[in-house]
Design a protein around this ligand. Structure first.
Ligand SMILES: CC/C=C\C/C=C\CCC/C=C/CC(=O)SCCNC(=O)CCNC(=O)[C@H](O)C(C)(C)COP(=O)(O)OP(=O)(O)OC[C@H]1O[C@@H](n2cnc3c(N)ncnc32)[C@H](O)[C@@H]1OP(=O)(O)O
Length: 328
């Protein structure tokens, strides 16, 4: 028998056997993230589900943190796959509507929720595997970098247009803020430095480079790339289908999801205390630095974003984004 426990933020549905599912609901009742947990395997899946682009609003940041904390509080869980319900967008980064003409009370709360997301994800006791099926610009790239392992789609998914004129879908990843007339916050830029090294990061930040999968792999921004050509049904691996939320069931034969699942399984088998201790060796001092400079960082962000010139740039950027989307 299924039991459903409801609270203001979390909805848990206790399903068959050892598997638990939960959704975190937004104010409008939609599930911003969907979580599934398999205690036998020690693996969870956190699927971002904020159409159209999984952009990070205040509520979305909080929903990811709440889900992650819930998974962490289960001692049987050792690893989690971070994925998207949108096959072409992992996350489009910050919800730009949070930045344009912001409410003075909401803006610092929004930034605090992003800082908290960094602290919770980067410092999680769980090993987090990012399954990057689609684009991951700006804070979408940050999300991936805060994980422990990144697998990106090679982009040969279906295509658009049909026939010989088939257009390849090529996802990209990177901190492209300078292209938008803003700068990545220092802690986000430093995360890029730690991921791909000083010189590559210095160049990528200055140029606002968005890397296609093969380039992302060659500079170490992602750890693996994988085709998304769905395999035959016989290649379905046990356990993955049950872990996928109902909206993503068709992903069970997707090699990228399978690779993420295998990596999460590998992480889950490593002695947890040793794995967590070694994660702290490389990450703890950066987490402490962020905590120490958090208020200063918030003040800097709010001051920067509310500048007239920055607002002008952002308004023009959002208008261009909307008219591009209308033309489709
Ligand atoms: C010294 C300075 C110190 C400190 C400064 C401090 C702080 C400054 C802040 C710095 C931090 C910035 C981090 C960020 O993340 S900024 C946001 C950056 N993100 C983007 O620019 C991405 C924009 N989106 C895209 O490029 C494309 O949408 C994408 C490649 C992701 C997908 O392309 P596709 O063609 O598939 O879809 P679209 O038609 O473009 O979009 C579909 C719908 O989604 C909406 N959308 C897309 N991105 C966003 C977003 N980031 N926020 C809100 N909404 C978004 C888009 O408008 C379409 O919506 P509809 O029109 O269909 O409703």
């Amino acid at each position: 028998m299924n039991t459903v426990i409801r609270s203001q933020l979390l909805r848990f549905s206790v399903g068959r056997g050892q598997q638990f599912r939960f959704s975190t609901a937004a104010a409008n009742g939609n599930d911003l993230v969907i979580g599934t947990v398999d205690e036998t395997l020690g693996i969870a899946m956190l699927t971002m589900n904020r159409p159209p682009a999984n952009s990070l609003s205040l509520e979305m940041n909080e929903a990811i943190c709440t889900s992650l904390k819930t998974m962490e509080s289960n001692p049987k869980i050792q690893s989690v796959i971070l994925s998207s319900s949108n096959p072409k967008i992992f996350s489009a980064g910050l919800d730009v509507s949070e930045l344009v003409s912001p409410h003075p009370d909401r803006l610092p709360k929004f930034w605090n929720s992003l800082q908290q997301l960094y602290l919770d994800l980067y410092g999680s006791r769980l090993a987090v595997v990012a399954a990057i099926q689609g684009h991951a610009p700006a804070a979408g790239c940050f999300l991936a970098m805060a994980c422990d392992y990144r697998i990106m789609s090679s982009g040969d998914i279906g295509g658009e247009g049909g026939g010989d004129m088939k257009k390849r879908f090529v996802p990209t990843i990177g901190l492209n803020e300078t292209q938008l007339g803003i700068a990545a916050p220092p802690w986000m830029g430093q995360l890029l430095v730690r991921t791909i090294g000083f010189r590559q990061a210095e160049l990528a930040l200055a140029m606002g480079t968005l890397f296609p999968p093969d380039r992302a792999l060659s500079i170490g921004l992602v750890d693996a790339i994988e085709s998304e050509q769905h395999g035959a049904e016989s290649t379905i691996i046990e356990g993955l289908s049950e872990l996928l939320p109902s909206i993503s069931k068709d992903q069970a034969s997707n090699p990228l999801m399978q690779k993420a699942f295998k990596q999460a399984t590998t992480f889950a088998k490593i002695p947890p205390h040793a794995r967590v201790a070694s994660k702290l060796v490389t990450r703890q001092s950066h987490i402490h630095d962020m905590i120490a400079t958090r208020d200063e960082d918030t003040a800097h962000f709010c001051g920067f974003v509310t500048q007239e010139a920055v607002q002008k740039n952002l308004i023009a950027y959002v208008e261009a984004m909307k008219s591009k989307s209308k033309k489709k």
